[in-house]
Design a protein around this ligand. Structure first.
Ligand SMILES: Cc1cc2nc3c(=O)[nH]c(=O)nc-3n(C[C@H](O)[C@H](O)[C@H](O)COP(=O)(O)OP(=O)(O)OC[C@H]3O[C@@H](n4cnc5c(N)ncnc54)[C@H](O)[C@@H]3O)c2cc1C
Ligand code: FES
Length: 277
């Protein structure tokens, strides 16, 4: 069992979840993830490590509420316990001095991108962070990201911030301005990662994307997280989750992510009926 140290709503659909997990906090690196099970009857779901504190022995994740498991996580209180919290899983991000690195994140990816941006900055890179939100009230962790970035661009559809263009378009404009960029890293919803990879393709800039296929065991045994990269089968949980976005079979990923769509909706309706009649 792992104890919840803190659960806080950051914006209407996104929560911070801090869990006591000293062994994971000692070992984890940027880009890795944990698997959590919200309760005994629940499923195992992956969450990216958004921060950690070795002294406190804590792992922080940022959870976007989309279906049954994430609704359950959003109702946890400090002192509650979850039956499964394992990690760190997946390969860490490749961190070295590349030159100028763009980190682009949206929804839960705003939190997930933080440790990568911080490590890239510490490695001596010039870090440009692009944040995408649907509306200004969905922005969180702006201060944390500004602390580890040389430049930050925020894009919201309601144009409250820098612009209202979708962030991959902003990425395209930066590249069009002939600004030298050595590496791009993107995390968030599949469409955001796909469009970031498309924006950099013509420029040949290596673009890493943190793929989010359905996962079950997270250890390479079940095959649920199968993705095709450069024509080869990979398991995102052990071979990734980061892959070269120019080599990912995006169509297959979009399609496989929809496999249980009807069951997911039914599961949420059932859970709501049972718990909030
Ligand atoms: C390696 C990895 C790291 C991840 N890191 C995080 C993280 O840090 N924070 C986080 O919130 N999520 C993260 N995810 C996604 C997260 O695991 C799923 O959102 C979660 O499993 C959904 O479970 P659920 O039961 O709440 O929703 P489900 O019942 O599984 O899905 C409900 C509905 O939401 C849709 N949906 C599911 N996931 C998403 C999504 N990410 N964006 C938009 N729609 C979605 C589904 O298509 C479905 O229609 C990560 C996934 C992977 C593979
Ligand atoms: S989640 Fe089972 S093989 Fe990756």
């Amino acid at each position: 069992m792992a104890k919840i140290l803190k659960r806080e709503r950051l914006v209407p659909n996104i929560h911070l979840l801090k869990v006591h997990a000293p062994k994971i906090a000692q070992k984890c690196k940027p880009g890795q993830f944990v698997i959590i099970m919200p309760d005994e009857r629940g499923e195992r779901i992956p969450l990216t490590v958004a921060d950690w504190d070795k002294k406190e022995g804590s792992i922080t994740t940022v959870v976007m509420v989309v279906g049954t498991s994430t609704h359950k996580l959003a109702r946890l209180k400090s002192g509650d316990e979850v039956p499964v919290f394992v990690g760190p899983l997946g390969k860490p991000s490749e961190i070295e001095k590349f030159g100028t690195v763009i980190c682009a994140g949206g929804c839960f990816g705003i939190g997930a991108i933080y440790p990568v941006a911080r490590a890239m900055k510490e490695a001596g890179n010039r870090v440009i962070t692009l944040i995408d939100v649907k509306a200004n009230y969905l922005l969180y962790w702006e201060d944390k990201l500004r602390e580890v970035s040389d430049e930050v661009y925020i894009s919201a559809r309601d144009s409250y911030y820098d612009c209202k263009n979708y962030i991959p378009k902003v990425l395209g404009e930066i590249l069009k301005d002939k600004k030298r960029v050595d590496r791009v890293f993107s995390v968030g919803c599949t469409y955001l990662m796909y469009t970031c990879a498309e924006a950099t393709r013509a420029y040949g800039i290596k673009t890493l994307v943190a793929l989010n296929p359905i996962m079950v065991d997270g250890t390479g045994m079940c095959g649920a997280c199968r993705v095709s990269v450069d024509g080869r089968t990979k398991f995102a949980c052990v071979d990734g989750p980061e892959f070269d976005g120019h080599l990912v079979d995006w169509e297959e990923l979009f399609s496989r992510r929809k496999t249980y769509f009807d069951d997911e909706i039914e599961s949420l309706c059932y859970w709501e009926r049972e718990n909030f009649p």
